[in-house]
Design a binder for this molecule. Sequence first.
Ligand code: IPM
Ligand code: MG
Length: 359
Amino acid sequence: MAEFHILYAPGDGIGSEIVTQGRRVLDAIGERFGHTFTAEHAVIGAEAVEEHGIELTDEVIDRARAADAILLGACGIADGVPVKGRHPERAVLTLRQELQLWANLRPMKVIDHLIDASPVKPEVLRGVDMLVLRELTGGTYFGEPRGPYEVDGQPAARDTMVYSEPEVRRVVTRAFELAAGRHQSVTSVDKANVLESSALWRRVAEEVAAGFPDIKFESILVDAFSMRLVQTPRDFDVVVTGNLFGDILSDEMAVLAASLGVLPSASLGDGRAGLYEPIHGAANDIAGRDIANPIATILSAALMLRHSFELETEARTVEDAVDAVLARGIRTPDIQEDGSHRVGTAGMGDAIIAEITTH
Ligand code: IPM
Ligand code: MG
């Protein structure tokens, strides 16, 4: 019996539909296992801009700090399009940085029942079980200087990829700790042949690796890795990389998993509190139609149970329920196949909750 305080922040687009299902699943787990999950709601993203003129208010940041965990949907109304001069996506970035959630875990285990829904060959996919650990509060996303300036009197814009040794050391160390509880292998991805920040990253990663002699270690260049990821994905266990490379590679990983709609993520810092969100975006084009896949959000809720609340059995119960529902051929449109049974966002939530409550 335990009590945990959750902040629900649906954001934009399909956010409210998928977070609603995530919350229902957590409530079903609470009921079955006798835990109390108290809930609060936060307005972030485009709706916050409309209401408060800013995508993330200080009040929400304070409430996020006070919560045991946050379940977030997604922010943004279209790729990089501003609302009243503000960028809704920045709500997510600011939250990650304000809460110092520097470790972003993006696990990807190929689900057998979805193997045929991926464009990659089944023999390449079978047995893939990897975890991308993306550095989340540094690198190109936050480096200074950034913004518009001038080159030869012409308008230009710049970003800065910067990593300090402590930033690299803590995330690579976390990668080794995670690998110790998994398949004993760490791959560090960089662009050390060209970028100074990557040369530093590689040197620090090698130093950290020396302290974990029992764990297999390899550094790979990001271009080569992006190829190996679709050729021989079974080679990888924990993959640690910087913020920008991790963003790009995790979408490629979603192709292996059959859909962006099934991949969860956990963002953690030094403590147990965390931010949990699907790796996909707000998908405004399909919002409000009850067709978005809630599985990525529901699996993010499972990660919350595991990493923030240390409720491993409960986390597995959610993951097993998702697996069982997919095994029965129940599918949202993004993962539909011949002969599968099509459901909507809420229908998928219903099916998963039925598994949780009846088994
Ligand atoms: C992700 C997303 C975000 C990111 C966007 C929405 C800001 O693509 O979590 O992968 O780039 O980090
Ligand atoms: Mg992304």
